[in-house]
Design a protein around this ligand. Structure first.
Ligand code: SF4
Ligand code: SF4
Length: 405
């Protein structure tokens, strides 16, 4: 029997360029040439959900065709990993067992979950990021010549406010509220987005919204403390608030320029103080070439100070920033550092994708010396532009990289 997926029938991902897709992993192999054509510039959010390209994906699944653009899921399932498709299926079945009216709709597609990346508007220019995700990267990318001018122009459009310009999108959102189950806010920086503020207002004022059991998910960079947000959160069934924290002190500031370490820590503590039982605050750590060497210090800092759930996200792209590119001797030093951590410090690391899996990925995958050289080149390029220094901010790591390179 062919495999089916609930996402195209119930979910919409809004991308910073204004296009939509059924999930965040669809078409990573770029074989669907139709899905990116229609955008918020010409269509509203409902028209995009029912557009021919989305209908085609739904019809394929209904007719027993497994779309080629879903390769990410098919590959993971072949490798025995629970794919996004399977995860969604499990979640839906769990909800169905608790809530009779949970909509699993293969025949009657309807938006019940939304992943909203309204634009690339962001106040940071993290080293692992670029002008495709953050508006704050645009000028530096242009000045340093890292991206072609034509590409920068395209990325510039990602920063435009497309959803908020068309009032009809908010009317549609209001219509959708009674059916909504999950809303995800990603960036750019979601707490800077005017669309997020409008949606919070609409949820706050919607009659009996608490009874609807809506869940909110965030990834935020932690630089903004929004004290009005908790009024809305109180009315939600669940809020998962992930704050990006990849390192500590000056190394954090180097990686997430121009964020200020003490301000972000104060914000995290304020969110923790305000959080009721339905709000889960987690640290979201993207593991890259920049932070892997000192990951033990972040784990320890969290255990001693914040005591947050710690979630790891392995960076795979850009290739040059993947930890697989490290020389073998450095990989083993990192492994030994992590193994010396005490149980109590490790107890905050989320189990599904924990530190052991990070270390296995690093040891089992071989990168390329070209990518390592490219990592150092790009790091130097932006050090010069920002008047920062990898060598003085990461002295021990830098000398090991130099010895082996
Ligand atoms: S099968 Fe996977 S890639 Fe395809 S729509 Fe479902 S979750 Fe997305
Ligand atoms: S906060 Fe997020 S979107 Fe902004 S620069 Fe950093 S990684 Fe990119």
């Amino acid at each position: 029997m062919s495999r089916k997926c609930l996402f195209p029938f119930s979910n919409i991902v809004l991308n910073p360029n204004g296009s939509v897709s059924p999930c965040c992993k669809y078409n990573l192999n770029k074989v669907d040439t139709e899905i990116d054509i229609e955008t918020l510039y010409d269509k509203n959010i409902k028209e995009l959900f029912y557009q021919p390209a989305m209908e085609k994906i739904r019809n394929d699944f209904l007719n027993g065709i497994e779309p080629e653009a879903c390769k990410a899921c098919w590959d993971e399932e072949s490798a025995g990993i629970t794919s996004l498709r399977q995860h969604r299926d499990n979640v839906a079945r769990w909800h169905l067992s608790k809530r009779d009216n949970y909509p699993i709709r293969y025949q009657d597609p309807k938006i019940i979950t939304m992943d909203l990346k309204f634009s690339s508007l962001c106040n940071l220019k993290c080293r692992i990021c670029g002008p495709y995700c953050s508006s704050n990267w645009l000028k530096e990318s242009q000045d340093t010549g890292e991206f072609h001018e034509h590409t920068i122009k395209i990325f510039g459009k990602y920063a435009e406010r497309k959803f908020v310009k068309r009032e009809v999108n908010f009317d549609i959102f209001k219509e959708l509220i009674p059916d909504l189950h999950i809303i995800e806010f990603y960036g750019g920086e979601p707490l800077m987005q005017p669309e997020h503020a409008r949606i919070m207002d609409m949820l706050k004022n919607y009659p009996n919204v608490k009874k609807l059991g809506i869940e909110l998910f965030y990834n935020t960079n932690g630089t903004i403390y929004d004290e009005t947000i908790s009024e809305v959160w109180d009315k939600m069934a669940l809020v998962e608030f992930n704050i990006s924290l990849d390192d500590i002190g000056p190394r954090f500031e180097y990686q997430r320029h121009p964020a200020k370490w003490t301000e972000v820590i104060d914000n995290i503590k304020q969110y923790q103080d305000k959080a009721k039982d339905n709000v889960k605050i987690s640290l979201y750590t993207t593991i890259s070439m920049y932070n892997i060497f000192y990951i033990d210090e972040l784990i320890k800092f969290n255990a001693d100070n914040l005591k947050c759930n710690l979630k790891f996200n392995l960076l795979h792209w850009p290739d040059k920033m993947s930890i697989k590119n490290l020389p073998t001797n450095i990989k083993h030093i990192i492994k030994a550092k992590v193994e010396s951590l005490d149980e109590q410090s490790l107890s905050y690391v989320q189990n599904i994708f924990g530190i052991k899996e990070v270390i296995s990925f690093m040891l089992d995958n071989e990168g390329s010396t070209d990518d390592l050289a490219e990592f150092i080149k790009v790091t130097n390029l932006h050090d010069d532009y920002r008047n920062e220094s990898f060598a003085t901010t990461f002295p021990e790591y830098w000398s090991l990289l130099n010895e082996t390179n």
